[in-house]
Design a protein around this ligand. Structure first.
Ligand code: 13P
Ligand code: SF4
Length: 298
């Protein structure tokens, strides 16, 4: 199918395609917007087209629907879900709220709509430090990603942190030993890591940031070689933005993101796909922390 034909299909369907950097290259190639979680949430909140095809995992489609409820949001693959999005419970939150005074529950956007409905504010890896610093509360329960939470904690030492113990199965399996081996094999390379990695891995990184921030760092660093400690889907954008630089991917792939194929994406433009529905009361409760994030990140 030619680009012209795909463009025509998008027009006929009054659809816009949003894609995360981790979906397959050929899906990123047909998207109108490609970015990190924060950028995509902002775009989804503003989009004018009646249909948003969200090439990513379920929490991304849910956030788009919650922020822009009059739009139809389609996921190319119904089962594409982020396992970490469920790694906290209502009981954990309720218990800590009862035990700890002056507590803010801060929730990574990689979370189900249900978890979002129980919290005070959402964050992504690109705005978390700024938002947590700006909260009036002394105590923070950070859910669900403990690695990201501990990375924020290091930068906001004036607050007390509690965690729910969740983790990303793609980033958190990587060990310091694996990164040291990459460093030994590529002595001239710098290391860029996503904050979903373990603290022992982040301690070895020259740069830590969201997917979009890693891409920006790779573009501006003097280094010609970069050990990439995040899902290798970002290589598509990195190769476009940093011709001549060499990347050494260190993590495995996110199978959920990779299940979003080009065929399933194009099917969304002709009546296919899975329509995201978020029940009205749940959406209202989950919208507050998402909108607070958009406000505090300004
Ligand atoms: P970013 O917000 O950095 O794109 O991260 C999303 C994600 O799922 C990382 O695993
Ligand atoms: Fe979730 Fe990890 Fe996949 Fe990101 S890479 S969507 S955090 S499982």
């Amino acid at each position: 199918m030619t680009n012209e034909e795909i463009l025509q299909m998008k027009k006929s369907a009054d659809a816009v395609i949003l894609a995360h950097y981790y979906v397959p290259e050929e899906v990123q190639a047909v998207a109108d917007y490609v970015g990190d979680s924060f950028y995509l949430a902002k775009i989804a909140a503003q989009t004018r087209e009646s249909t948003i095809v969200f090439c990513g995992v379920r929490f991304m489609g849910e956030s788009a629907k919650i922020l822009n409820p009059s739009r139809r949001v389609l996921l190319p693959e119904e089962t594409a879900d982020c396992p970490m999005a469920h790694m906290a419970s209502a009981e954990q939150i309720a218990r800590l709220r009862a035990e700890v005074p002056d507590l803010a529950v801060v929730c990574y956007i990689n979370s189900s709509a249900y978890l979002k409905s129980l919290v005070d504010v959402c964050v992504t890896s690109s705005n978390a430090v700024k938002i947590v610093k700006s909260l009036p509360n002394k105590n923070i329960l950070f859910i669900p990603d403990e690695n990201l939470g501990r990375w924020i904690q290091k930068q906001v030492p004036e607050k007390n942190f509690y965690f729910s113990g969740g983790h990303c199965p793609v980033h958190s399996v990587l060990t310091a030993g694996a990164v040291q081996a990459q460093r030994a094999a590529h002595p001239d390379a710098v290391v860029a890591a996503h904050p979903e990695c373990r603290a022992e891995v982040l301690a070895l990184a020259d740069f830590i940031g969201s997917t979009a921030e890693i891409i920006a760092y790779a573009r501006q660093t003097q280094a010609r070689e970069i050990v990439l400690v995040t899902e290798p889907g970002v290589l598509y954008e990195l190769k476009k933005q940093c011709p001549g630089k060499v990347f050494y991917p260190a993590t495995g792939v996110c199978e959920d993101m990779k299940s979003v194929t080009l065929q399933k994406t194009l099917a969304c433009l002709t009546g296919g796909g899975y329509e995201v529905q978020v029940e009205t009361l749940l959406a209202e409760a989950a919208r507050r922390p998402l909108e607070r994030m958009l406000e505090l990140a300004k």
